[in-house]
Design a protein around this ligand. Structure first.
Ligand SMILES: *Cc1c(COP(=O)(O)O)cnc(C)c1O
Length: 395
């Protein structure tokens, strides 16, 4: 889809994006950039991708009218149920797409980075499905904090390697994965888990996640007679579930796009992941975007209660949506997200992922009229967060 909000041929979104990478990575990136669109656009690829999304992932995911939430906030609230995907989040839409690209390119070995382990699990799942070797880099601290997901990856046959640099979380795992890719350019494909990294990754991942808004637009029309909800809301870590939720509405300017980032203990607490609110332009993992950095240009370690939103940068498309005022950016603290996690559970019988719970602050921070409609993307389910919920809610 051509739109002034999508990447141009160089992978630029306005003044953001591109591929700012070490020379040793250039051949890998050039290779991928040359072939990804040709591969994705073949009828053969589309047929297999769509069939797997349907029969393996369980798509289309429902668009659910949340009646009790709607009553409480005196408006019309719909939930796009990405939590009902196989493996419990939207991540698998992307890993299935990328592994088909990898197979077409003749790659035998897959590497990935992961924070909470959701992308690692989705990648290990796709590798088991295709019979490909899988190596997942994960910060040593995250390995400790996310034991159930580490066990899932191992059961699926993946090798999990601890990243021991920095504060031993997602950023450090990404650095290790990039290093691995430089050392294994021939046989290895790097599956990045969000709309971040050098071009063509942000564009490729957005295309795979755009199935969310493709379905959503048709489902909303079927339910209401209109193709255009007033608001589409999603949480942003790197920004892939948001990019996918926005994609088919980018040029429908009457639809307000809303991204919610995690402000942790508060925007000015020093313990936050509110990149858009605090970030300045810089380069992280091969992409020019907003990121949290100190006066010396050193990346500031991010913090959020949700490991999936705990990233010091943001996808370049979101930086551009901020620049152009096409999207509204809000933030939610740990406490606000926790309050919504419990409220959504009690009103609708749906336990959201800690990340997804952040998106619901839109219901209190926007002035939504009673006759208007808001679609909130439920990016994942809360099973992985039960230990946090048990502790915070004294269950
Ligand atoms: C990984 C994850 C996120 C954050 O990633 P985005 O690329 O910003 O979508 C959000 N929600 C869930 C459930 C996740 O697993």
């Amino acid at each position: 889809m051509k739109s002034k909000y999508n990447a141009d041929e160089q992978g630029m979104y306005g003044r953001f994006g591109g591929a700012w990478i070490p020379e040793m990575l250039q051949p890998n990136i050039d290779n991928l950039r040359k072939v990804y669109l040709d591969i994705i656009n073949t009828a053969e690829f589309q047929k297999e991708y769509v069939a797997l999304l349907k029969d393996y992932v369980g798509r289309p995911t429902p668009l659910y009218y949340a009646k009790r939430l709607s009553q409480k906030y005196n408006t019309h609230v719909y939930l796009k149920r990405e939590d009902l995907n196989h493996t419990g989040a939207h991540k698998i839409n992307n890993t299935i797409g990328q592994i088909l690209v990898a197979r077409k390119m003749g790659k035998k070995r897959i590497i990935a980075e992961t924070g909470a382990g959701q992308h690692g699990v989705a990648t290990a799942t796709a590798c088991a499905l295709m019979g490909l070797q899988c190596v997942v880099y994960m910060g040593a601290l995250d390995i400790e904090r996310q034991a159930p997901n580490v066990a899932r990856m191992k059961m699926l046959g993946a090798q999990v390697i601890a990243a021991t640099s920095g504060n031993q979380t997602l950023k450090d795992a990404t650095n290790e994965a990039l290093r691995d890719w430089i050392c294994h350019p021939e046989d290895t494909f790097y599956i990045i888990g969000s709309v971040v990294g050098p071009h063509p990754y942000p564009d490729m991942v957005t295309r795979f996640q755009s199935i969310i808004s493709q379905e959503l637009k048709a489902q909303f029309k079927e339910k209401t007679g209109s193709e255009y909800p007033d608001y589409v809301v999603a949480c942003v870590g790197g920004g892939s579930n948001a990019s996918g939720s926005f994609y088919h509405f980018l040029d429908d300017e009457q639809v307000k796009l809303v991204a919610v980032e995690a402000s942790g203990l508060g925007i000015h607490s020093g313990e936050t992941a509110a990149t858009i609110a605090l970030g300045e332009v810089g380069i992280i993992h091969g992409s020019k975007t907003f990121l949290m950095q100190d006066e010396d240009g050193q990346i500031v370690e991010p913090y959020s209660i949700s490991a999936g939103l705990d990233y010091p940068g943001i996808g370049p498309q979101h930086a551009h949506l901020k620049d152009t005022d096409r999207a509204i950016f809000l933030d939610a603290t740990d406490q606000e997200a926790l309050d919504f996690a419990l409220e959504v559970t009690r009103l609708e019988g749906i336990i959201p992922a800690m990340e997804s719970a952040h998106a619901f602050v839109a219901l209190t921070k926007l002035n939504i009229a009673p006759e208007q409609s808001v679609v909130i993307t439920m990016s994942g389910r809360g099973d992985k967060d039960m230990s946090t919920y048990m502790e915070r809610f004294k269950l």
